[in-house]
Design a protein around this ligand. Structure first.
Ligand code: 13P
Length: 296
């Protein structure tokens, strides 16, 4: 199936009262996990790769095109609606290269940039991407990070509802990532969300909202989050954790290196990781309400 423009995928989610997941992949096995989960659940989904944890020199040295090739190939083979996102690039140029290489949507990580620079970069990317039929996610406010022991709020700030409408108009973004108590990399705990703030931002923004930090969201908060305007939830850390756990167990088996690595047989350690991640993605698709929304 051809990829669906991200705004269309998100508009359908808003209309249907559910959220789509962006389940961040990092290699072909993790990408397959998301595709297989979406097919099994007949769920629309956002496929893609993120840059936040990835070496910039590797990306610039051909990694961008390598990732885009995998993502677009996987997308073409799906029978459910998918968009293909290049998430949290380090620079404007990386986002543009990603779109040129086939991603249907991009987002620049602006959290280290001064505000005026962030706006300029996002507006420039949006103007450029729209001319090529691609979509852009912007971010207003910055999430804190979980360090493994505490939530580090230095450099983070919440999204202000009275800035959201102006930001969306000035930059032209298709969807808006918000900081309303959600936390990046949060494991073993649940973020405490400011739902009133979320609702006010959703009203003011006029575009679908995105919540990063999906690992730390509680299942109980999801109905209110979706009612408050969220159409996409980004998940990363919990998926890698599940994948790694299964892979570690599989690596302890006494098997040939050719079977354990790259065989794509059930004995392949990364296949064990993929299966565990696929189960987790399927579980989340039910929680987000996207399961069964792709039709038969
Ligand atoms: P988590 O790793 O906290 O799930 O967040 C992922 C994310 O927001 C990717 O954009």
């Amino acid at each position: 199936m051809p990829t669906v423009p991200l705004p269309n995928l998100l508009a359908a989610a808003r209309e249907g009262g559910y959220a789509v997941g962006y389940f961040e992949a990092w290699d072909s096995y993790s990408l397959e996990a998301v595709v297989e989960a979406a097919e099994a659940e007949r769920s629309p989904v956002v496929l893609g790769f993120g840059c936040a944890m990835v070496d910039g020199a590797w990306l610039d040295g051909g990694g961008i095109e390598f990732l885009a090739g995998m993502a677009t190939h996987a997308a073409e083979r799906t029978t459910v609606p998918v968009s293909v996102l290049f998430n949290e690039t380090h620079t404007l140029e990386q986002a543009q290269r990603g779109v040129e290489a086939g991603f249907s949507a991009a987002m620049v990580d602006t959290c280290e940039m001064p505000e005026s620079e962030a706006r300029r970069v996002v507006a420039e990317l949006t103007r450029w991407a729209h001319q090529r039929g691609a979509a852009v996610e912007g971010e207003l406010g910055h999430l804190p990070n979980f360090t493994g022991t505490t939530v580090d709020t230095s450099g983070s700030h919440l999204t202000e509802p009275d800035e959201a409408g102006e930001f969306v108009r000035a930059t032209g973004v298709d969807c808006l990532a918000v900081s309303v108590g959600n936390v990046h990399l949060l494991e073993g705990n649940e973020a405490s969300l400011q739902l009133d703030r979320l609702g006010a931002v959703g009203q003011a923004a006029g575009v679908p909202l995105v919540l990063h930090g999906g690992t730390g969201l509680s299942a109980g908060a999801l109905p209110a989050v979706i009612a408050g305007g969220v159409a996409k939830i980004n998940v990363g850390t919990g998926l890698k954790r599940a994948f790694l756990q299964a892979m570690r167990e599989a690596l302890c088996r006494d098997a040939s290196p050719h079977d354990l690595l790259g065989s794509h047989k059930p004995v392949d350690a990364a296949v064990a990781g993929k299966i565990k991640m696929r189960d987790e993605v399927q579980r989340l698709m039910h929680l987000y309400g996207s399961a069964g929304r792709a039709g038969s």
